[in-house]
Ligand binder design. Structure first.
Ligand code: SF4
Length: 299
């Protein structure tokens, strides 16, 4: 973000406030969710995305409580089932490409229960932004180990320490031939804003992993731990192989930035031959359909 961006935010105060919720915030003190939500709101305003042209889809988890904390009356939100937010969001994005679809999930639901949905949405290149809140545990259910918890960490439910190696989420997605993969850190709102702006502009499935501080249950990687280790990529790797090398280290030198982007990406609808030249959105073509006649066949 530049000084010009800050001035733009000041000029667009009304739009910015439209993304600000009015419900009581229940996240713990110091939780990374505050910074992530703030960065997302800034990115949307700076990209000129209108609140009533956006759909926010949330998985189950601490981040999911953002569903009633973002926006006021003109915001559309959906709070899905655990691990299942991606297919619902993808369906909305394909049905109505005129709206911007932002989906959010945690490392628990996304990398375990719903990992199949992540895999096939990357392959399909659905036109949406997906934000992975990676706080390395199931925070909402009081700190159990997830697929990204580091080995040896003593968690609720794993009192002797985690015995399986953690998944490297960005590297995992890079192995799926993606079109956009980025990583950021919840302690740097400016960096997250810039990354999310690029994700919003991307034509296809934009995967954004945010390394999120969980002050209550993840004592292994607090804010200070990340501050000592995150390194800012000065340029985006040109190939997936180079991106995987940049994403590999999650212990000592943790690279953040856009890890890979195919700037010629064609999204799901653009890949469908039978949609070539079609000006309407699928949602316009369906209209209202009375299914009563259909249901009567089964009476
Ligand atoms: Fe945030 Fe962790 Fe508290 Fe959940 S448990 S609100 S992730 S600090």
């Amino acid at each position: 973000m530049s000084i010009k961006d800050y001035n733009t935010l000041a000029d667009r105060k009304t739009e910015y406030l439209a993304y600000e919720g009015t419900e009581i915030i229940t996240w713990c003190s110091g939780c990374g969710n505050y910074g992530i939500q703030n960065a997302l709101e800034r990115a949307l305003v700076l990209e000129g995305v209108k609140p009533d042209q956006t759909l926010f889809c949330y998985d189950i988890g601490c981040h999911g409580n953002g569903s009633d904390k973002i926006g006021n009356k003109v915001i559309y939100t959906l709070h899905g089932l655990h691990g299942r937010v991606i297919p619902v969001a993808a369906g909305a994005a394909v049905a109505n490409p005129k709206i911007k679809v932002i989906a959010e999930g945690g490392d628990g639901g996304t990398m375990s229960e719903g990992v199949n949905h992540l895999v096939h949405s990357v392959r399909s290149n659905y036109p949406m932004v997906f934000i992975l809140h990676n706080n390395e545990n199931y925070g909402l259910t009081t700190g159990q180990a997830s697929a990204t918890t580091r080995m040896g960490n003593k968690m609720n439910g794993s009192p002797d320490g985690v015995i399986s190696p953690p998944m490297n989420c960005s590297d995992f997605v890079l192995g799926l031939n993606p079109t956009f993969v980025a990583r950021s850190f919840s302690g740097d709102v400016k960096h997250m804003t810039d990354i999310l702006r690029a994700a919003i502009r991307h034509n296809g499935f934009a995967f954004v992993e945010i390394l999120q501080v969980c002050t209550t249950y993840n004592h292994a990687t607090p804010q200070e731990w990340y501050l000592e280790r995150v390194k800012y990529l000065d340029k985006t790797p040109k190939t997936i192989e180079a991106a995987r090398k940049a994403a590999a280290d999650m212990e000592n030198k943790i690279n953040i930035g856009i890890l890979y982007q195919d700037k010629k990406s064609v999204d799901y609808l653009g890949r469908l031959a039978n949609r070539a030249g079609v000006k309407t959105a699928p949602v316009d073509e369906v209209g209202r359909f009375d299914i009563n006649g259909l249901l009567k066949q089964f009476e």
